[in-house]
Write a protein that binds this ligand. Structure first.
Ligand SMILES: O=C(O)CCC(=O)C(=O)O
Length: 374
């Protein structure tokens, strides 16, 4: 939190005796209308549950980093083997050095991407009474609307709302998907899943392993979407849209609108991901870092809160959260190990890492892989 004067310090200290965070979070959660509902109610100051303790101006300023995320063109990779080899080289260095890249000419039409963003915006901007019934804290639900994974945990909450869809391997009934985005969620998720398999194949080629390695890996064979809505924020210097974290999956493919705000950490600097219309952002998740024995890197990223908005993003996570996937033992790929490159991670399961992430850790800014290092 930014403290600007001694007066503020004193009033904060006396507030600490009376402030009941759990009650504030409960009252917020009970509205079932998320951050959008707060803003619609006319707030001009953000409630204290959203304050992030360690933010100062350096921490939240727009990056002026000289770095930019690699852009990789997937045009003609299925018909031109020279081009494909070049793309595989670019992907290998992007995954080893950056953990993030953008893809263009990936085969998903721009009209599908735009309609997906519009569909998610339509959901979040529906009348209160229509979106409220989807609000739930039951993580077993295949379709649910919520604000923050666990706002009760005691850390500063994020200025954002989400609707999630757990789609593969056990899809919901189409009727469970809100009608304002049903058709496009089904179409977009199918197309992005196919793109995911293509990128997994390119990863295998970059690693020099069997091209169908990921297809045969049960724990990677799943997909869920988190579809975020970041309302405008009246005090963006006090909070974040998404806290610093890494993704606990194999790979994430992100669709974002043109608002910007996503940053990833590279050589200790926050690098802005500048939205490119029609592109998708790909980032490496913790499990890919684990099975590549640290060769591919899962990097920290976050989303700034902004005066401008709303911002819409759709993150597709590739990981199998069904029992079939979560109990499979995964560890560093044997072909990548040698006497010179011994395993640096122990074998584990998606279930163990997820339990650590959701039950104990949350978005606390530390990598969830730490306890799995040898
Ligand atoms: O909204 C974004 O751009 C990123 C979201 C994200 O990092 C996440 O859902 O894990």
């Amino acid at each position: 939190m930014v403290v600007t004067s001694t007066d503020n310090l004193e009033s904060e200290a006396s507030d600490n005796f009376t402030y009941d965070r759990t009650a504030e979070v409960k009252a917020f959660d009970d509205t079932k209308l998320g951050v959008k509902g707060l803003l619609d109610s006319g707030v001009t100051k953000i409630p204290r549950m959203f304050h992030h303790a360690k933010l100062d101006t350096n921490e939240i300023s727009i990056s002026d980093s000289k770095f930019s995320v690699p852009i990789i063109d997937l045009q003609d990779i299925d018909t031109n083997s020279n081009l494909r080899a070049e793309v595989v080289d670019k992907i290998r260095s992007a995954c080893m050095e950056w953990g993030f890249f953008q893809v263009v000419n990936h085969g998903i039409g721009v009209e599908v991407l735009d309609e997906m963003i519009c569909g998610i915006r339509r959901f979040h901007e529906q009348d209160d009474e229509v979106r409220k019934p989807f609000y739930s804290r039951d993580s077993n639900k295949k379709v649910r609307y919520f604000s923050n994974v666990n706002p009760f945990r005691g850390k500063g909450a994020n200025w954002r709302d989400t609707i999630s869809f757990f789609l593969t391997p056990d899809p919901p009934n189409p009727e469970e998907i809100p009608v304002v985005c049903r058709d496009i969620v089904m179409e977009y998720s199918k197309k992005v899943r196919a793109l995911g398999y293509t990128i997994f194949e390119l990863f295998s080629e970059a690693l020099g392993i069997n091209p169908s390695y990921f297809k045969e890996l049960d724990s990677a064979d799943g997909q869920f979407l988190l579809c975020h809505y970041y309302p405008t924020c009246p005090e963006p210097e006090l909070t974040l849209g998404t806290s610093k974290h890494t993704d606990s999956d194999f790979m994430t493919i992100l669709l974002e609108d043109q608002m910007g705000g996503l940053q990833f950490l590279h050589e200790n600097q926050w690098v802005d991901v500048h939205p490119v219309h029609g592109s998708l952002v790909v980032n490496i998740g913790d499990f890919l870092q684990l099975i590549t024995n640290g060769m591919f890197v899962s990097v920290y990223h976050r989303v700034l809160a902004r005066h401008t908005g709303p911002r819409i993003s759709i993150a597709s996570f590739f990981i199998n959260t069904s029992p079939h996937g979560t109990f499979e033992v995964v560890g560093p790929i044997k072909e990548l190990l040698s006497e010179e490159t011994p395993p640096i991670y122990r074998d584990t399961t998606v279930k163990d890492v997820m339990a650590h992430y959701f039950d104990e850790k949350g978005l606390d800014g530390n990598t969830p892989l730490q306890p799995f290092r040898l």
